[in-house]
Each structure stands twice: as C-alpha cells, then as structure tokens.
Design a protein around this ligand. Structure first.
Ligand code: ADP
Ligand code: ADP
Length: 226
C-alpha cells in the first residue's frame, strides 16, 4: 500500500541575494510500514525534503501526495520530530503528550489512554508529572516522540532525532525506535548522518548527492517487523 508519493520534486529558496536550489528532481514512493533512512552530505537538502513531505514547505516544482491526495500543509497524518525537540517547557510531560489529542477534540478518556500508552512506550511513565525543562536531552527527545505518536499519524518524519544525543543515549534511542516501529506497525522516514544507524534501522536506505540534492543510490533491505 503506497502512502507517500514524491514526484519530480524540486525546491529553490528565494533569498534576498541569490536563489538557492536546495533539491532537484526527486521522485520516490513510500509504502506503508517502511522504515526509510535518508543519508547525504550536510546541506544537500535532506531537511528540505522532509519539510516538504511534512507540509511545511511547498515544492517549487513537482508534487507530493499522501494516499493519493496532495499535501497542502501540515496535518495530523504526519508527525514530525526534529533534532532539538521544541516542547512546552513549563508543561508537564503528560500535558505535552496530551496537547495534540486535546486539539483533536478526543474524549478525556481517550486522551488519557493515549498519553499513558505512549509514555509507557518511550519508558517515561514515571516522569509524567515532571516539567519538561527538568529532563535530559534524551528524555526530551522521547517526550517529543511520544507527543508525535499520540497524534496517531500515518507516518513519522524524523530529522536527525538522535543527532544531539551522546553515544550511549543514542544506542538506547535506536533500540527504542525500532521497538516502537514494530509494535505500532508504523511508517518511518528518518534523516541521519550515521550510515550504521541507517543500515541497522532502515528497511530502505536512500542516499542523496550533494546540493542540489538528488537521489543517488537506494538500497532495499529486508522488510520485516520481526
Ligand atoms: P541538509 O538537511 O541536507 O543539511 P538543508 O535542506 O537544510 O540540507 O539545506 C539544503 C540547502 O538549502 C543548503 O544549501 C541550505 O543552506 C539551503 N537552505 C536551507 N534552508 C534554507 C532557507 N530557509 N533559506 C535559504 N536557504 C536554505
Ligand atoms: P540541518 O542541516 O540539520 O537541516 P541547518 O543548520 O542546515 O540544519 O539549518 C538550520 C535551519 O536554518 C533550518 O531551519 C534551515 O532551513 C535554515 N537554513 C539553513 N540554511 C539557510 C540559509 N542559507 N538561509 C536561511 N536559512 C537557512
């Protein structure tokens, strides 16, 4: 089942000096359940591509569809996690995670169930009432992940989610993300600098060439949730 279709997408940033062509002629499809890892040199346009799929940026050329519908802007179908999580610092961990479900107008009961379930998945049940400014970097990233998951998106887009974490925390986070991907049968799109990480987590690895980024290579690994 095809979830995302990127068709001949290019994006040029208009700046007050010269235009910057960030990506060019990118086409690929993503199926439900895939874990796609995107590699490429710094500045090649990975974040730009992620922001287009998220709906934060409109491509200058080409189109991007989700389940056959044009992506018009950010919506609940796509959850995004960035390198430095932007949490509401004074709100509790639980309130951060419940924010999206509340906005969606879910019942109190459903909101509680969702936050409980996903806080458990990211192993933060014991921290639900702490304010997020009190947490370590890895814990904040787990809150960001739980917050994205609680919105029940069809795909999670992650831009170097472990990039700012120390090596030990990163290894733990990799294991956690793999577990979450399996347990929820999620679809994941992740930008990383780390080839080993891409190969160990991804069911598929795409490599972009230097700016303006194009898809240079692609590897399909065994697709399995086990
Ligand atoms: P990556 O994520 O691979 O590091 P980016 O997508 O962040 O690459 O950037 C691709 C290119 O577009 C770079 O040359 C970068 O400087 C430029 N760029 C990114 N964002 C903007 C922006 N908002 N305005 C102008 N240029 C940008
Ligand atoms: P990353 O490589 O992790 O995407 P960057 O340091 O390239 O991070 O970019 C950080 C932020 O700055 C992004 O939001 C990007 O869009 C913006 N940015 C990057 N390059 C430029 C640029 N040349 N002009 C304006 N904004 C930029």
């Amino acid at each position: 089942e095809i979830l995302i279709e990127v068709k001949n997408v290019g994006l040029t940033y208009e700046t007050n000096t010269k235009p910057i062509k960030a990506i060019e002629n990118i086409s690929f499809q993503m199926g439900k359940g895939e874990f796609l890892c995107l590699l490429g040199p710094s500045g090649c346009g990975k974040s730009t591509l992620l922001k287009i799929i998220a709906g934060y940026l409109k491509p200058t050329i080409g189109s991007c569809l989700m389940q056959g519908q044009p992506i018009q802007g950010p919506d609940w179908n796509r959850g995004v996690v960035f390198q430095s999580p932007t949490l509401y610092p004074w709100m509790s961990v639980r309130k951060n995670v419940e924010f999206g479900p509340k906005m969606k107008g879910f019942s109190k009961d459903k909101i509680e169930k969702l936050s409980q379930y996903f806080l458990e998945q990211v192993e933060l049940s014991g921290y639900a009432d702490k304010a997020t400014f009190e947490l370590s970097g890895g814990m904040k990233q787990r809150v960001a992940l739980a917050r994205a998951l609680a919105n029940q998106p069809k795909i999670i887009l992650m831009d170097e989610p472990f990039g700012a974490l120390d090596a030990f925390t990163r290894v733990n986070m990799q294991a956690l993300i793999r577990k979450i991907w399996k347990e929820n049968h999620s679809t994941m799109f992740m930008i990383t600098h780390d080839i080993d990480e891409a190969l160990s987590l991804g069911t598929r690895v795409m490599v972009m060439s230097k700016s303006p980024g194009k898809i240079e290579k692609e590897f399909h690994l065994d697709f399995t949730y086990t």
